[in-house]
Write a protein that binds this ligand. Structure first.
Ligand SMILES: *Cc1c(COP(=O)(O)O)cnc(C)c1O
Length: 285
């Protein structure tokens, strides 16, 4: 595939100096860290590929928003601005800001998952996997087989294997499956996208067995772009329409705002139907 490179339509205006290290120093630091990258000090890392979380540069309008922000202790206008924008983009009735994606999972997952239960995902991200386990439940990955073949070219390698998902539900019993998490894009499978058709099928199965569906939405905008580019019948939809439609299939979303929404800290919980989920909303609050 020919890739067209477009010059960046922005200027970068801030500089942060970082420490340069020699290969010998790096080898020593890694050894001292017992080869566990989480034990390294941030200041010793020249190029940090551990995560994409919060590594965005914010725009001048975003920084201006911070300065103009209304920090009133209650009823702040910046709060309503955020919540109303999120309601409009995702079409959900209830929005709860949290400090980052993993906080959203920490709050929402235990409301569905009890010890002895299972959660199914096209593939759990490391933090969602951890929060399933912390709630006492067990995570089951259910991605399509081609996701595990890096040499194979295929459009939506992040998809849920829907036939396997139904087999897992029947094998464990629908009442044992506390939650289904659809990760868009599927970050742990190399950031591969999920199709609208797949989201529709996953939602139909969840409905059939009465299992709540959560979208793990860190890269929802990029996922929508892949749908527009590659999914038959979606080429004339706008990104906004695709986002609205894919979110309409789920009941909840948990989102890291530190990826596609380009802030360096933040996250959201969304509840589509506030009336039906009044009890869950009370727990979230
Ligand atoms: C980054 C990420 C998270 C966790 O979000 P943080 O804001 O880093 O806590 C959860 N799920 C996916 C798919 C992510 O990419």
């Amino acid at each position: 595939m020919a890739i067209k490179y477009v010059p960046e339509p922005f200027r970068i205006k801030m500089v942060e100096t970082i420490k340069m290290t020699t290969p010998e120093e790096r080898a020593e630091k890694i050894k001292e860290a017992n080869y566990n990258l989480f034990n390294l000090k941030g200041e010793d890392v020249y190029i940090d590929l551990l995560t994409d979380s919060g590594t965005n540069a914010m725009s001048q309008d975003q920084w201006a928003g911070v300065m103009r922000g209304d920090e009133a202790y209650a009823g702040a206008s910046s709060y309503f601005n955020l919540v109303n924008t999120a309601k409009e983009v995702f079409g959900y009735e209830f929005i709860q800001p949290v400090h980052q994606g993993r906080a959203a999972e920490k709050v929402l997952f235990p409301t569905f998952l009890k010890p002895g239960q299972y959660a199914i995902s096209n593939m759990f991200f490391d933090t969602t996997r951890a929060h399933v386990i912390l709630a006492g439940a067990r995570p089951l990955d259910c991605v399509v087989a081609e996701a595990k073949d890096p040499a194979k070219r295929s459009k939506f390698k992040g998809n849920m294997d829907v036939a396997k998902m139904e087999r897992l539900i029947l094998e464990h019993g629908p009442e044992k499956i506390g939650l289904v998490v659809l990760t868009i894009t599927n970050n742990s499978a190399g950031g591969q996208p999920v199709s609208l058709q797949n989201a529709r099928e996953v939602a139909a199965l969840c409905k059939k067995y009465n299992i709540p569906l959560d979208i793990d939405a860190a890269r929802f905008a990029e996922n929508a772009y892949f749908i527009k580019r590659d999914e038959p019948g979606c080429e004339n939809m706008s990104i906004k329409e695709i986002v609205k439609e894919i979110f309409s299939y789920a009941d909840f979303f948990t989102m890291s705002a530190k990826k596609d929404t380009i802030v360096n800290m933040g996250g959201l919980i969304g509840v589509k139907d506030a009336t039906k989920n009044a009890e869950i909303i009370l727990k979230i609050k």
